[in-house]
Design a protein around this ligand. Sequence first.
Ligand code: PFF
Length: 481
Amino acid sequence: MAQQKLSMPTWSSRTVFLLAAIGSAVGLGNLWKFPYVAGENGGGAFVLVYLACILLIGVPVLIAELTLGRSARANPIQAMHQHTQQDRANKLWVGLGVNGMLAGILILSFYSVITGWSLAYFFDSLQGDFLQIPPAQAEQHFAALLASPWQLLFWHTLVMIITTSIVARGLRSGIEKAINIMLPGLLLILMVLLIYAVGTGAFAESFAFLFTPDFSKLSWQGVLVAMGHAFFTLSIGMAAMMVYGAYLDQRTSIVKASLVIAVADTLIALLAGLVIFSIVFANQLPPSSGPGLLFQTLPMAFGQMWGGWFFGTLFFALVFFAALSSAISLLEPTLSWLEHNRGIGRMKGALGLGGLVWLIGIGTVLSFNQWSELTLIGDKTVFALLDFLTANILLPAGGLLICLYLAWVMARPRRQAELRLEGIWQTLLLWDLRWVAPLAILWVFVSNLFSASSTALWAFLSVLVLYGFFVAYQTRSREEA
Ligand code: PFF
């Protein structure tokens, strides 16, 4: 274990840690999902509920997750082993690490396919494919991409090659270097697009849409979506932040860092929303066009506008950068475990893991065409099932376990040493992690289970069985060692 601590790398500076964590948080969730779910759920009222979820559940769970990572300075599975030993807790808590790693692999398998769409759109836009594109043709363009397994496979493969080659180089020469280029690039592009959005003349309308709450348009389902999205967007519940926390030096304040990450993530989601809706409204297009908002409505809007070629291309570069900096954080927890616990070299581990994720991703690729009729459990395609399983089951389960462990199981002095909070702030955080966050998460979890009935139940039970096996295997191999 001492050796494990020595071999754990650290971020070269606090700033680069913050950039990497923000890079993980800001992704397709901010640029693709947030605007369309806000659009579908009535705009302002949804945004308000979403902000409350970030503050009451997102930030506390993020603090808890970074704390569990840093205090053990180890990958998720190893970290939970250490915690359970030191707190004399049940070994089943290791399932928390397993859950996170499993979620990361499954999320990346479809995240990479959608990142591939943004890369394809970047090149299409660069070629001028969207200039003056009429509505029917924009729809057709997207449908043609989805209908072609070979095209999807090509982009998915390219994204996985890029992601794997970044993480294979390790923390400092891989992840940090990539982050140092992508994050400033992302912020710069967003600023340029913001100025452009103000120039469209529809900025005020877009602002009103996102910030004027109309609660009659918000359903309970919308509240559940807001809560689920708060998890996804902050990258919590799946051990990515835990492993990023494990590389963090002891001096950085976890509470302050979590606030910075959450504020940056939220600001970027809102700014991206303002940009997207300004462009949509300037072209009299509907804000609630669902998942097609980014890949159908926007290209059409850019195609009609002054400077659309340039700004459209820039926009898809932004989406790609944001998605890639999230993708690398999805691979890191398992890679770190393979390296430190299984003794598999980083390059070899990255290749194997990247290959596995690539293979699983083929299921998502085919679910848009060849396998679009194939429904595995209930009426879900492979992609829909993976999305459902991760966003509605694995991430909330991970988040729930994380806050329960930190607030109820971790020994007080060990917790204090990491949190360094005093007085009312400490009481508030603990109260939130003990009651507010777990109950809210449980509510989402149970509601989702019921709404999806047998699908969710089966998925949930299979995951439980998987846990059982993995934890038993882990415990046995440690005892043998
Ligand atoms: N936070 C990312 C987004 O909003 O797109 C998605 C994500 C990345 C989720 C990394 C979980 C994660 F570990």
